[in-house]
Design a protein around this ligand. Sequence first.
Ligand SMILES: [Zn+2]
Length: 182
Amino acid sequence: MALKERSPETPKTSPKNPRVANRSIDTYAAQCDKCLKWRVIPTEEEYEEIRSKMEENPYVCDRKPGVSCDDPADIEYNATRTWVIDRPGVPKTPEGFKRSLVLRRDFSKMDAYYITPTGKKLRTRNEMAAFIEANPKYKDVNLSAFNFTSPKVMEDTVPEDAVRKVPSSANGNKKRALKDSA
Ligand SMILES: [Zn+2]
């Protein structure tokens, strides 16, 4: 997938024990379009801004104050963290709302949802439409800015023992065979 190279990525640190790893994003990074080095993006807001305009305005090192392509990468893409790739062009989250991503315990997928300014957790665009209808204060918020597409979990950075040791089949053994992998 060619887009991957230019996508901002959101790597997630896996501490020593991956099974109790923090399952939300803890580091944002974008890849330079020229030198392909990874730069850490300090805030989620800045990251979202970069991501939303990735196609028309690819990220480059110089956008980070005092940094150029000659400087070493801030972070390396490798399995010391689990990386997830956002789709380029996911819109910036409307003000007052927060986009949240949680990695499933078996590292299979991230779930995307939004927290409203009133603290409600919404998982679909229909729920968001209902919320906006019930709260006219937010009627100017653009519904299409809510994107529930989850980023892709990069399999080559998932801890090796993540799938097998997770007790996801605790309520029955039937599914266990399906989980086997090389
Ligand atoms: Zn660069």
